[in-house]
Design a protein around this ligand. Structure first.
Ligand code: AGP
Length: 609
């Protein structure tokens, strides 16, 4: 998943593009490049690795012009080298691309057979070849694009410049996000609003199979066959300062500390404070469907999958409706036969994850009601689902998701309560108790954030373990999985999340002094079983870091480090237990000298399969 930015107008294009790429670098950082039209020629500069390497080149040799395109790459075809860096340039046509061209090999063979010389290992270069051939034939950039689009199969968002057309830029997409910003001095096109926000809040969203043709002082939207279409210009809510680090060393640490406020904000739209009740207007017209619900499916990826696993416990325990959670990249390939009276929920911070989006589309094909829980409004899942709920976590830059996870848990608690209420499985006093427990959680989270100091100091010791085993039961089992994922994606260390009751079926053999065991065992209905699982591991020399309810001497005596959390209802423990695990991973990664906000090989949103 890559970051792309284009600019046309009266601003210095290099400055707008590089500034925009900085806000998008979380989308991919294998290489970066810009191509700028100076009115006569297109000049290009590219560098492998992080954006800072491109900035060094541009500081030495700036490129002037008011029209340009830029790119930060997350490699899909071809290694992260300069020759594979975008923008690609063939003849006088320059292209940047986010996505995958699936018929890449066929197009490559056809171009070579036609005498084209291929310079890189990328699918993107082929788009430049195809458009260049058509520009030469038609001498019209928009027509050239229209004739090339039918040749492309796969997911793509593309920006194109042509040396022959010094006042034009064309952008088109068939899936990955592309937004057009209408700023005072320039048009700005980007794969994420963060690149546009510093210049304007007036944005239009390019939908699937749409094209925008931008000229010096005009623009026009089309369908792929160049039928003109009208697009609504929206005013977005996120401000530029939300993007800044506010003094924290990492976006991720800022976002961990924002979690109490983000959670409180996530609850607001769905709680009536006066009556302490749950209100979900988006679901009101589906009440009769909810009453006859036979099955709920939850489908998502990564951290969002783990919030879905928590959601499975919440929905089954509270609403009484059968719930099944699936990994999105597996879901559609097992040819699921979805129950007619069912609801398929997708959870996605970005709203763009390809596998999760595909699951949503499969459900719609089978006539099943769909609900999206996203953080980014107007994202693909947000636009394509029947029912929309929002995390309202605010912008999340750190590739490792934190506040979006917490806000997903908030909304899943409320959704479970709402469905339970509609089904007559939750009395008003139980609803009030659930709302009260959620409203009290942000202040409990503040108390747990104090472990930041502990992990800043303990990280030096923790980084030397050969591996980590995270254990939990019931609703804390997904938290064990999430804790392990955080350590993997930030510290690049081996870590596994496991159902504590499963230890005796094999993983117990892993236990020795070099294997750290992180046990999540707050007081709940599975506490005693979790403790006996831990005692089994302890008896074999496990080095235990535990997270448990305050004043739990029994757990404390089994642990090298006991991190207490306040005594709260079972459904609130996940909000509090996950915070020390986020802090542990961040500080160990920092102690190892890793880039916390942009871990290697990863990207914030995976918009390709
Ligand atoms: C989590 O820290 C990772 N960034 C990753 O697992 C992420 O949760 C996953 O790619 C799903 O992204 P989404 O929520 O935007 O769909």
């Amino acid at each position: 998943m890559c970051g792309i930015v284009g600019c046309l107008g009266r601003e210095d294009a290099q400055e707008v593009i590089v500034k925009g790429l900085k806000t998008l670098e979380y989308r991919g950082y294998d290489s970066a490049g810009v191509a700028i039209h100076n009115g006569e020629f297109i000049n290009r500069s590219r560098a492998r690795g992080k954006l800072v390497n491109l900035e060094k080149k541009l500081n030495e040799e700036p490129i002037r012009g008011n029209l340009g395109i830029g790119h930060t790459r997350w490699a899909t075809h071809g290694p992260a080298t300069e020759k594979n860096a975008h923008p690609h340039m063939i003849g006088g046509v320059s292209v940047v691309h986010n996505g995958i061209i699936e018929n890449y090999a066929e197009l490559r063979d056809e171009l070579i057979a036609g005498g084209s010389e291929i310079y890189s290992d990328t699918d993107t270069e082929l788009i430049a070849h195809l458009i260049n051939i058509k520009v030469k034939q038609t001498n019209d950039l928009l027509t050239a694009v229209k004739e090339v689009i039918p040749r492309l199969q796969g997911a793509y968002a593309v920006l194109v410049l042509s040396e022959r057309h010094p006042d034009e830029m064309v952008a088109f997409t068939n899936g990955p996000p592309l937004l057009v910003g209408f700023a005072e001095k320039s048009f700005i096109v980007a794969s994420d609003m963060l690149a546009i926000v510093p210049y304007t809040k007036n944005i239009a969203y390019l939908s699937e199979n749409e094209v925008v043709h931008i000229q010096k002082d005009s623009y026009k939207f089309y369908s792929n066959d160049l039928k003109p279409i009208d697009k609504k210009i929206e005013e977005i809510s996120w401000s530029a300062e939300q993007v800044e680090k506010s003094g924290y060393p990492y976006y991720m640490l800022k976002e961990i500390f924002e979690q109490p406020r983000s959670m409180a904000k996530s609850l607001e739209p769905y709680i009536n404070i006066e009556t302490q009740s749950i209100e979900m207007p988006a679901l009101e017209s589906y009440v009769s469907d909810i009453k006859s619900l036979e099955q709920i499916y939850i489908v998502s990826c990564g951290t969002s999958f783990y919030s879905g696993m928590v959601g499975e416990y919440l929905l089954e325990k509270m609403s009484g409706v059968s719930c099944k959670v699936d990994i999105a990249s597996e879901f559609r390939y097992r040819s699921p036969k979805l129950v007619k009276n069912s609801l398929l929920i997708v959870i996605s911070q970005s709203g763009e994850t390809a596998d999760t989006l595909a699951a949503l589309r499969l459900a719609k094909e089978q006539g099943v009601r769909t609900l999206s829980l996203c953080n980014v409004q107007h994202s693909s899942m947000d636009r394509e689902s029947d029912i929309q709920l929002y995390m309202n976590a605010g912008v999340e830059i750190g590739v490792a998701s934190t506040k979006a996870f917490i806000c997903s848990l908030s909304i899943l608690n409320l959704l479970a309560g709402y469905i339970a209420k509609v089904n007559g499985n939750m009395k008003p006093e139980e609803e009030r108790a659930l709302v009260k427990s959620l409203l009290a959680t942000p202040s409990h989270m503040e108390s747990v954030l104090t472990y930041d100091k502990f992990f800043a100091e303990a990280a030096e010791r923790l980084k030397d373990y050969k591996g980590f085993l995270y254990l939990g039961r019931g609703v804390n089992f997904p938290i064990a999985l999430e804790g392990a994922l955080k350590l993997k994606e930030l510290a690049y260390m081996h870590a596994e999340g496991y159902a504590a009751g499963e230890m005796k079926h094999g993983p117990l053999a892993l236990i020795d002094e070099q294997m750290a065991v992180v046990m999540i065992a707050p007081k709940d209905d599975l506490y005693d079983k979790a403790i006996s699982n831990l005692e089994t591991a302890k008896a074999r020399g496990a080095q235990v870091i535990s997270i448990g309810t305050v004043n739990d001497e029994r757990l404390k005596n089994l642990s090298i480090n006991f991190l207490s959390i306040p005594e709260v209802p079972w459904n609130i423990n996940p909000f509090l237990a996950v915070i020390p695990l986020q802090l542990l991973s961040l500080h160990v990664a920092s102690a190892l000298g890793h880039d916390v906000d942009q871990p290697r090989n990863l990207a914030k949103s995976v918009t390709v399969e």
